[in-house]
Design a protein around this ligand. Structure first.
Ligand code: AHR
Length: 540
């Protein structure tokens, strides 16, 4: 076990109570404080397609692939597999991700990126070195590198978000990679790309300036001031190569960090003028943070919203210091549930290629919280313009592979609904919900709601989490201004919060068709089962 792991900080956070008091009224106006006082009352949601919060940037439902465990090797790339194409790309995985419509994918890390030399992963495969990756104590054959990833992205139809090594790497090497990817020809690095057989530049727009540099576990960990200066230097050099880049500075790894927010402030004091956004990361547990209390666990998305508000406040404070006209947006580029498969933290001798690391098995309650987290990202669409479900394949992932095919874990479903339905603008819903008391958090709404509206198609979607573990709740939707037609509804629910999908039983936790809303066009209602996440469509 590393002396200072991510887990260490999570445990610390739970001891000190950091990040647990959330803006509990979020997700709706709350009436009543005690469950007894308002139990049985219908939950009412007032919606109006004219009342929107902000456009939803499609990149807010991005994902992440790191050179970690079996994400790349045996995940998306497996030249030995009968399921792969001539490039070695797993065809079934590629098709699945394409079908899902993942708009953006972060690569190559994560912790991995802080020790990665991108030059090892380009050029003829036979001359690429096998390298010991010290972030995860694994062997990287380097058979899959930048060019393979960018070719794969094109096939999938997704946008790359490339991470840069600001741990062992230099600002000069970061700018060289931009030159390799984005310049047409006539320079050392663009000509190297052409020599490697890629004549057209990739024009990669979005880049992460390092990863979790505040973490003592990070290769090249440094102080906020040191990192802020290095990020500014890298950004300046990168923009000489391509001024159109969108750059994300590395923010605090989460509210459990002792330097939380202070890190972000110091970093931005150094590099505010050179970047467009700052990153946030968060992994939720139904252990340290909740003591295993599932009703508290299902409220943890509210603490994600508090984190967003706090980091945005720091950005705006630095903006004020600098009298800057520029407002930073937020990149929540790692979020998920993750607490069981922590073996990657340990120096446990898995020095091999594609070890089984972080193969978290997700259950129903994890999927319900992922639904809640999606609701929070919708509600925070104005500020969070990019986010990545961490990760996508085999490593804390909705999609798992084995030699014969793939498996959709429980969290796949709420994520796929976000990709399919959460388009257009976020709706400003007014929610009246009964509440329950969560230790350390106060009154939390039983029903958490978010909505989206696409003005061009007239489509509306409502996303509803029923946190009540025992009871269904009747929900009444009151349409104001217009009366859309109720469409289909799907629900993810079950009697066992701990139920999982496996290769042997892949359909234990899958969506079911839910009953259609009934009533008048302006007031319709339906029932949300206990322990459920529902998406309902309407059209104008
Ligand atoms: O996603 C797994 C790891 O979690 C990433 O490598 C790191 O950035 C974070 O700590």
């Amino acid at each position: 076990m590393r002396s200072l792991s991510r887990r260490h900080f999570l445990e610390d956070a739970s001891k000190t109570g950091i990040a647990l008091g959330a803006n509990l009224a979020f997700g709706g106006h709350i009436f009543g404080q005690s469950p007894a006082a308002n139990a049985g009352q219908p939950i009412r949601i007032y919606a109006d397609s004219r009342r929107t919060l902000a456009p939803i940037h499609p990149e807010v439902f991005g994902s992440f692939l790191e050179h970690l465990g079996r994400a790349i090797y045996e995940g998306i790339y497996d030249p030995q597999s009968k399921l792969s194409d001539a490039n070695g790309f797993r065809k079934d995985v590629l098709e699945e991700i394409k079908k899902l419509g993942v708009p953006l994918i972060r690569y190559p890390g994560g912790n991995f990126v802080s020790g990665y030399n991108w030059l090892d992963g380009i050029g003829p495969k036979a001359s690429r070195p096998a390298v010991l990756d010290k972030a995860w104590n694994s062997i990287n054959s380097n058979e899959f590198g930048t060019d393979e990833f960018l070719a794969w992205c094109r096939l999938v139809g997704t946008e790359p978000l490339l991470g840069l090594n600001l741990g062992t790497g230099t600002a000069e090497q970061a700018a060289a990679l931009v030159e390799y990817c984005n310049l047409e020809k006539g320079t050392r690095w663009s000509d190297l790309r052409r020599k490697n057989g890629i004549s057209e530049p990739y024009k990669v727009q979005k880049w992460c300036l390092g990863n979790e540099m505040d973490g003592p576990w990070q290769i090249g960990h440094m102080t906020a001031a040191e990192y802020g200066l290095k990020a500014a230097d890298a950004a300046r050099q990168m923009r000489y190569a391509d001024p159109s880049l969108k750059l994300v500075a590395c923010g605090s790894s989460g509210p459990g960090m002792p330097t939380y927010l202070e890190w972000d402030r110091e970093v931005l004091e150094q590099c505010y003028d050179y970047v467009d956004a700052i990153s946030l990361h968060r992994y939720f547990t139904n252990a340290e943070e909740t003591g295993g209390d599932s009703s508290k666990f299902l409220a943890m998305n509210l603490s994600m919203e508090r984190q967003i508000d706090e980091v945005a406040a720091v950005c705006d404070m630095v903006r004020g210091h600098k009298r800057s006209p520029k407002k930073l947006w937020l990149s929540f580029d790692e979020w998920n549930v993750w607490y069981r498969a922590r073996s990657g933290d340990a120096m446990n001798g898995h020095r091999q290629s594609a070890p089984h690391l972080l193969e978290e098995v997700y259950n129903l309650e994890d999927a319900l919280l992922v639904g809640g987290l999606i609701n929070s990202l919708i509600r925070k669409a104005e500020r969070v313009q990019l986010a990545c479900l961490a990760q996508l394949v085999n490593v804390i992932a909705p999609i798992m592979t084995n030699p014969n095919g793939l498996l959709r874990q429980t969290i796949y479903y709420p994520y796929s609904w976000a990709l399919e339905f959460a388009r257009g603008s976020a709706l400003e819903l007014l929610v009246e919900s009964s509440t329950y008391d969560v230790p350390g958090m106060g009154a939390v709404s039983y029903v958490d709601a978010a909505g989206t509206y696409q003005a061009d198609t007239g489509k509306i979607a409502l996303f509803l989490l029923n946190r009540d573990l025992a009871k269904p709740h009747q929900v009444e939707i009151v349409w104001e201004g217009s009366s859309p037609r109720a469409g289909d509804a799907r629900v993810l629910t079950g009697s066992d919060l701990k139920a999982t999908n496996t290769f042997e039983a892949p359909s234990r936790v899958v969506p079911q068709k839910a009953e259609k809303a009934s009533g008048t066009p302006s007031r319709s209602s339906f029932e949300l089962p206990p322990r459920s996440y529902t998406v309902v469509e309407w059209s104008l």
